[in-house]
Design a binder for this molecule. Sequence first.
Ligand SMILES: C[S@@+](CC[C@H](N)C(=O)[O-])C[C@H]1O[C@@H](n2cnc3c(N)ncnc32)[C@H](O)[C@@H]1O
Length: 236
Amino acid sequence: MSESALPATVYVVGVGPGETDLLTLRAVKVLERCEVIFHPGPRDDSGFALAVVAPLLRPNQLIRGAELAMRRGPDDGTVGYDRVAQRLAHEASQGRPVAFLTEGDPMLFGSGSYVAERLRLIAPDVPVEIVPGVSASSAAAARLGWPLAQKDEILTICPGTYHSDEIGAILDRGGPVCWFKAAAVLPRLVEELRQRGRLDRAALIERIGHPDERVFLDISEALLVDLSYFSLVLVR
Ligand SMILES: C[S@@+](CC[C@H](N)C(=O)[O-])C[C@H]1O[C@@H](n2cnc3c(N)ncnc32)[C@H](O)[C@@H]1O
């Protein structure tokens, strides 16, 4: 790119929960346009978000794993966001349209939201466009046929690992709750629900929309298996 040329756009793309046909048309168009595609996964050729878009990619697109750790504890791997933002800014400054993939919706606890914030700080001249995606919470509601919220209900979306001591209090507020990062807090969640006679109002879904998806309508059964980080609990 010549020095006077404008940088290309960085697209932060929500890929939805798992099924390729839940990508938005905009996401598909953006991915067609991008020469370089970064995803949060551990290797260039492997990752949760990458698997969603894999059927759409062309051999001449450069795919890069950003190695953003998905951990079960309170440290959810924020360390790499600056590094990813630097790499995206570099590609855009060379005139190459570049995408960063995020599972679900980028602006709902998504790594894309942190990367976009860092980008605006370190490369304010680089245009950033956010492409929304279907959140795992919406996909779970659809899978179960349970509305996320109706009428006067107040929906709580809670990243469980940050609030493990508040599970009972959150349930006592009433209203539907979507528990993200549910695997690590499941024993406590099961116990608090049991105490309130609400176990039958909860379901756990692991890896929604992926070929190995599992649905537990009795969430205490999920205590017996090794669960993926990509598990959520919906309580109505
Ligand atoms: C950091 S949050 C990201 C949420 C995402 N941005 C969204 O809009 O769905 C990660 C948590 O979302 C939930 N999650 C994301 N994708 C999922 C999927 N396909 N199946 C089940 N849970 C998922 C899990 O609870 C996981 O621990």
